[in-house]
Design a protein around this ligand. Structure first.
Ligand code: ZN
Length: 168
């Protein structure tokens, strides 16, 4: 799978027992984070932002499909947590219920440059056309497409409809 250069780098990880997940090495290296680095976890919509400095939460979360559940604009104070060895982060207790994440589910990690966003990857549906996990939604039952491919899908369907009419 190759993503266009403009797509933020994203990674998949799994929320494991003990509410732990792993930040990929390349993300840690890019930010200079090491075992013991104090991070602030800030809620932004359905995402959790990790950074070493306070993040403004007025940036709009992506409105893409299932990655953008909204919590009525309520905000919580940033919660401190520490990066463990091997990039392990234990999801802070006050945030667990709030986020509604489930142990065993996959998380998508997006390096946004000034912060790292972690979002529950729902069922980690991939776009059936290009394999992207960004902005994927269920267009019709059991058809998952990213917004980019949705347009292509529409054109395809229209072509099929025209074909059907031509045959009739
Ligand atoms: Zn796609």
């Amino acid at each position: 799978m190759s993503l266009p250069a403009t797509t933020p780098r994203q990674y998949l990880t799994t929320l494991t027992n003990g509410w732990r997940f792993t930040l990929p090495t390349s993300v840690r290296k890019a930010h200079g984070w090491d075992a013991g680095t104090k991070l602030l976890a800030t809620l932004r919509g359905a995402s959790l932002l990790f950074s070493t400095e306070r993040q403004s939460t007025d940036r709009q979360a992506s409105t893409d499909g299932n990655l953008a559940r909204d919590f009525d604009g309520e905000t919580l104070e940033p919660v401190e947590c520490y990066l463990g060895s091997g990039g392990k982060i234990v999801l802070p207790v006050p945030l667990r219920k709030r986020l509604g994440w489930i142990v065993g589910k996959r998380l998508v990690i997006v390096d946004e440059g000034d912060a790292v966003a972690v979002t529950l990857c729902c069922d980690a549906k991939r776009c059936e056309s290009c394999g992207s996990i960004s902005g994927v939604r269920e267009i019709i039952q059991n058809v998952f497409l990213c917004s980019q491919c949705w347009g292509n899908y529409l054109r395809e369907m229209h072509a099929k409809l025209r074909l059907g009419r031509a045959r009739a």
